[in-house]
Design a protein around this ligand. Sequence first.
Ligand SMILES: Nc1ncnc2c1ncn2[C@@H]1O[C@H](COP(=O)(O)OP(=O)(O)OP(=O)(O)O)[C@@H](O)[C@H]1O
Ligand SMILES: O=P(O)(O)OC[C@H]1O[C@H](OP(=O)(O)OP(=O)(O)O)[C@H](O)[C@@H]1O
Ligand SMILES: [Mg+2]
Length: 283
Amino acid sequence: MLRVAVPNKGALSESAAAMLAEAGYRRRSDSKDLTVLDDAHEVEFFFLRPKDIATYVGSGELDLGITGRDLSLESGAPVAERLALGFGRSTFRYAAPKGREWAVDDLDGARIATSYPNIVRADLAARGMAATVIPLDGAVEISIQLGVADLIADVVGSGRTLRQHNLAPFGDVLCSSEAVLIGRADSAESGAAARAQLTARLQGVVYGQQYVLLDYNCPRELLEEASRVTPGVESPTVSDLAEAGWLAVRAMVPRKGMNGVMDQLKEIGARAVLATDIRSCRM
Ligand SMILES: Nc1ncnc2c1ncn2[C@@H]1O[C@H](COP(=O)(O)OP(=O)(O)OP(=O)(O)O)[C@@H](O)[C@H]1O
Ligand SMILES: O=P(O)(O)OC[C@H]1O[C@H](OP(=O)(O)OP(=O)(O)O)[C@H](O)[C@@H]1O
Ligand SMILES: [Mg+2]
């Protein structure tokens, strides 16, 4: 039985559960359930705090886990990323009160509040700076106005929380994060088939989110030019339309930039250009 950790609450939990369901795995029936047995796929899911997941996987108690790249880095556990899942994107940054220019030199001697003390200490050490790291569990943005810190280092998603507290980020990004599937760095052979299946199915859902299916009608003499715009995986699928001299063309294209591709197709003479979502895909 493959043992897989999934965030039980917080920013990653809903998307992780939705992605596993799209990949065909059993959902938990109650948000308080801590385990779900999916007999058909020989997988048992464990719903854990996202912060603890890399620790469980690193120790070998669990085989795979879904967590944030930043949390995985912070844990220091011996885990390796198997797949980037494309949701829960954030950056981890220093931030300070607006009203003056801050630079990384200001870190030296400062009190820095954070819920990721290991990432911050490693960054300070790499810069050769000495600062006091104030470890907090959350709501870090409020620590400066409460007087316990001069600066913070925290997760930035939309940036709304920083703005609400009149803070601005500065310096390089310490970690660009998203949800990731992790396994042990030296993964054991147990459950190899179930592990490969789960990884491939999640990869399929990720591809489904990264690509769309484009369909369009195109005069036969424009096919070569249109195929250069939508080369597809091997090549586009081409079939005859009832109208003589016209073809129906279908190809996968990256979701990012799909509107540019649609504009281009229209410009070269394609008609009825349609974009359709892909739910899952095996490349
Ligand atoms: N606003 C956000 N936008 C995008 N990703 C986020 C956001 N907040 C957190 N994350 C990501 O989610 C993960 C942290 O999840 P979460 O906030 O649920 O954990 P936590 O802070 O440890 O728990 P809690 O907030 O319940 O105390 C990290 O990988 C982080 O990068
Ligand atoms: O840039 P934004 O979109 O505003 O998101 C960033 C905020 O979201 C997270 O907080 P969370 O809700 O997890 O609370 P926490 O600080 O208690 O962890 C993170 O720690 C930031 O505070
Ligand atoms: Mg949080």
